[in-house]
Design a protein around this ligand. Structure first.
Ligand code: ADP
Ligand code: MG
Length: 404
């Protein structure tokens, strides 16, 4: 069911009205300040639009995992400061997430100003999806915007109970511009992908991604498998994987996926192996059937890089989740960097390239090609859930298009 988005809200007279906005300000903090502020920057289009409309924005976000009680090291105060810099003023902060003070602070807002509440996860009700906590927030206004794609797969008070309450009270809950963009690229890639459609999956674990493989397998023309995930598939083929990371309890699953996928699944033909995986590891290239007991597979090998790059260069739609190797360590980074470059090259030629996953996003950034990628998702878990075909509670809770 199509959901309403910010433009339908912009049709309302928002001047002087309070709009509750769920944002994803779950950013790394370093030395008391904001480290990487990309997540903050990506909410700016929505916030600027609300400001132009003269709305008064009350912003909600979680940060880290304080586990339902206040933790001063996870305060959003430094985030409010950075947001104030980025928006050139007009950002207030209240060190409270429920109680009397935030209502008072919200009532002091001028048109176009924002108030960031303290970390929502300081309250146990947030992760419990507590309707009473949501009702306290909902009392502030009758409009809600979800621009936090990174937490759209969670049914929490600020992502689920709150928009439901707003709607129950006759208000409007819509997708922000970032969420709309995320859904647009992910939906298009799945619904009517321009072909060839190639998915590349890697990363540490197969278990978290099995549903994604199952859902993508019938749709893709090729599925490239790298990372430690490939090791479990190697075992499914009966190959020696030495001391590499393998999920023993998934070897059977890998075997049946290989049967189901046939020639559409491409595994690495060679690997970069070493006795240990670190920055000073002494590596060698091994065919996938030449790994010795005791050796560890840390990356895909040069032959695989060429094959994968060719597949990518022929594709018109690419979905990539999970690095091809331990790219954090120099001896094992080339497989991931080569894939990132191939993806950027084909995006330059008009293909749609969608990348999900926190580590994969960091890898394309490190390769210096992030700007050339069609869409780098802000939601690791959320994009995986979506690709696996599962509903996202934070999206489900928004107003339907024909509502009101
Ligand atoms: P994403 O965050 O993009 O979804 P994951 O979290 O699933 O990706 O996986 C990323 C991690 O996988 C990285 O830390 C990387 O070091 C690790 N990894 C990739 N290949 C291997 C490998 N062959 N052995 C061990 N770890 C690996
Ligand atoms: Mg990760």
């Amino acid at each position: 069911m199509p959901k309403q988005a910010l433009p339908s809200l912009a049709g309302e007279d928002l001047r002087g009205r309070t709009v509750l906005v769920r944002v994803d300000f779950n950013v790394p903090l370093t030395g008391g300040g904001v480290g990487d502020d990309r997540r903050i920057r990506r909410t700016l289009p929505t916030l600027r639009r609300l400001r132009e409309a003269g709305a008064r924005g009350v912003l909600l976000s979680h940060l880290g995992r304080p586990g339902g009680s206040p933790d001063p090291s996870l305060s959003l105060r430094p985030v409010a400061e950075r947001l104030g810099d980025l928006l050139e003023g007009g950002v207030r902060f209240v060190a409270e997430v429920r109680g009397a003070a935030f209502g008072e602070a919200a009532s002091e807002l001028s048109d176009g100003e924002f108030l960031l509440l303290e970390n929502t996860r300081f309250e146990p009700g947030e992760e419990e999806n507590d309707p009473e906590l949501a009702a306290e927030w909902a009392a502030l206004g009758s409009f809600f915007v979800n621009d936090a794609f990174g937490t759209a797969h969670r049914a929490h008070a600020s992502t689920h109970a709150l928009p439901r309450r707003i709607r129950a009270d006759g208000g409007l809950a819509v997708a922000g511009m970032l969420v709309e963009q995320e859904l647009h690229y992910l939906e298009d890639a799945l619904r009517e992908p321009e072909r060839p459609f190639v998915a590349a999956l890697g990363g540490a674990k197969i278990s978290g991604k099995i549903d994604v493989i199952r859902s993508l397998l019938p749709r893709v023309d090729r599925l490239l498998v790298g990372g430690a995930m490939a090791n479990t598939f190697f075992r499914g083929l009966g190959l020696e994987t030495g001391a590499s990371l393998v999920e023993e309890d998934r070897v059977e699953t890998a075997r049946s996926l290989l049967e189901e996928g046939g020639e559409r699944i491409l595994l690495p033909v060679d690997c970069v192996v070493a006795d240990r995986i670190d920055d000073s590891a002494d590596t060698r290239t091994a065919g996938r059937d030449e790994v010795e007991p005791g050796e560890r597979i840390g990356d895909v090998g040069p032959g695989t890089r060429t094959i994968f790059a060719e597949e990518i260069s022929r594709a018109r739609t690419i979905v990539w989740n999970g690095p091809m190797g331990v790219f954090e360590s120099a001896p094992f980074r080339e497989g991931t960097m080569a894939l990132a470059r191939a993806a950027a090259d084909v995006a330059d030629r008009g293909a749609t390239v969608v990348i999900g996953g926190g580590d994969s996003a960091a890898a394309v950034e490190e390769a210096g090609v992030a700007d050339r990628i069609t869409h780098v998702s802000t939601g690791g878990g959320a994009s995986l859930e979506f690709l696996a075909g599962n509903p996202l509670p934070g999206i489900e809770a928004l107003s339907e298009e024909e509502e009101r």
